[in-house]
Ligand binder design. Structure first.
Ligand SMILES: Cc1ncc(COP(=O)(O)O)c(C=O)c1O
Length: 412
């Protein structure tokens, strides 16, 4: 099979049922953005909304806006919009804090829900914050430990010592995806709870938390959900567990009656008990506006285009950059892959800086990964073709081989 030509890519774009969504985003000229899995691009509706929140709601209406502009219910309303994207019901999701803080709340609650069990089970290659927070939670309880296993060995490591299995659905390095239904079932068979980190899943592909019977989940607002740098994260608690959740950050926003100002903590019913303090209204409003782009998005069409773009990318890179030092580090089988593709290169950092200099933005993950994210709402097939064309040029001319490209910045 020959690789697709630029013309083929333009033809696919012309027939793309998601193509019209691109107009909702503010994309810089001359940039091919393959990093929406780190920081999604700016939806055009966000600046207008933030301007209104700052000038009118804050500037003019001041404290009244907690009621008149409904600031108070933003965490639940934003959570409700995310729910559809992750296969949950609106009352099972709330936007709050960072992913790390939400992990802390839910992992602690999970350990408390399984007294007598002494293990938080995770994956050795999990995103570091997931491991660090698990270590922190373990340190708070006598006899609780974090146990890790390799991805392939997770199912075998679930036994009746395990209180909670905590995994990232789509691997941040390779994009490899766990089978959510199978792993959740294995956790439940052993009597453990199942927590999923959806940082690389929400807005990247359809997720079915309810269908899989998942207990708990967390995820980011700033990647595929386009909520902006440091956007609030979200958490999910299955309805059946909500009344039993005893999370440790028992702040006033999770109280059953915050404005009664009573001395003793009494958790709210439902998902709201998982809140802690005052929500960051500007950031919540940005995420709220950004989520409107998802209103009518068909998630199966999203997945189809994501798979097709990743397949085209892999095929083009392997054909055109053959012998130029790249090795695929993501599953070739699209069923096992999220919406990102990584290639190894011994000088991956410098190659990525050279790409960024030419307007193709991806990111580098130590020690040698070039990581490219594919966001079907605003990327075109022709972008994929052009990105590979530039990559081929950089590798075949060796233009990446410059000191300026080898100097590491603080954030890669
Ligand atoms: C899987 C995963 N979990 C969590 C995070 C980040 O968490 P936080 O929102 O606390 O920065 C990331 C960030 O890239 C991630 O990839």
């Amino acid at each position: 099979m020959t690789e697709p030509s630029r013309e083929d890519c333009l033809t696919r774009d012309a027939a793309d049922p998601l193509a019209h969504h691109r107009a909702q985003f503010d994309l810089p000229d001359g940039t091919i953005y393959l990093d929406g899995n780190s920081l999604g691009v700016l939806p055009k509706s966000v600046p207008e909304r933030i301007e209104r929140v700052i000038r009118q709601e804050w500037g003019r209406d001041l404290i009244r806006s907690w009621n008149t502009a409904d600031w108070y219910t933003l965490p639940a309303r934003v959570g409700g919009k995310i729910a559809r994207l992750i296969g949950a019901r609106a009352h099972e999701v709330v936007a709050a804090d960072s992913t790390s803080v939400n992990l802390f709340k839910l992992l602690t609650a999970a350990v408390r829900l399984r007294p007598g069990r002494r293990v938080i089970l995770s994956e050795s290659g999990n995103f570091p914050t997931d491991l660090y927070v698990s270590q922190g939670v373990s340190g708070l309880f006598d006899g609780i430990e974090l146990r890790t296993a390799d991805k392939a060995d997770i199912a075998g490591a679930i036994d009746d010592d395990v209180a909670v299995v905590s995994l990232t659905h789509v691997d941040f390095r390779s994009g490899q995806m766990h089978d959510m239904a199978t792993v959740t079932e294995a956790a439940h068979e052993a009597g453990a709870l199942m927590l999923w980190d959806l940082a690389h899943s929400a807005g990247a592909l359809p997720v079915d938390l309810n269908g899989c019977g998942a207990d708990l989940a967390v995820g980011c607002g700033y990647k595929y959900l386009n909520g902006g740098p440091g956007a609030p994260a979200f958490l999910y608690v299955a309805e059946a567990l909500q009344a039993a959740i005893d999370q440790p950050l028992s702040g006033w926003m999770g109280h059953s009656d915050p404005f009664a100002f009573v001395t003793d903590y009494a958790p709210a019913d439902g998902i709201r008990r998982n809140l802690c303090g005052t929500p960051p209204v500007l950031a919540m409003a940005a995420l709220d506006a950004a989520l409107d782009v998802w209103d009518r998005v068909d998630l199966q069409a999203l997945r189809d285009k994501s798979v097709a773009m990743c397949d085209v990318f892999i095929q083009l890179v392997e054909r055109r950059c053959d012998g130029l030092g790249l090795t695929l580090a993501s599953p070739r089988d699209s069923e096992m892959r999220g919406s990102q593709v990584s290639f190894r290169h011994a000088e991956g950092y410098a190659v990525m800086q050279a790409l960024i200099d030419r307007g193709v933005i991806g990111d580098f993950r130590s020690p040698d990964l070039l990581r490219f994210g594919f966001t079907p709402l605003y990327l075109r097939y022709v972008d994929v073709w052009d990105a590979v064309d530039i990559l081929t040029d950089i590798l075949s001319t060796g233009s990446w081989n410059q000191d300026a490209y080898k100097r590491r910045a603080a954030v890669t």
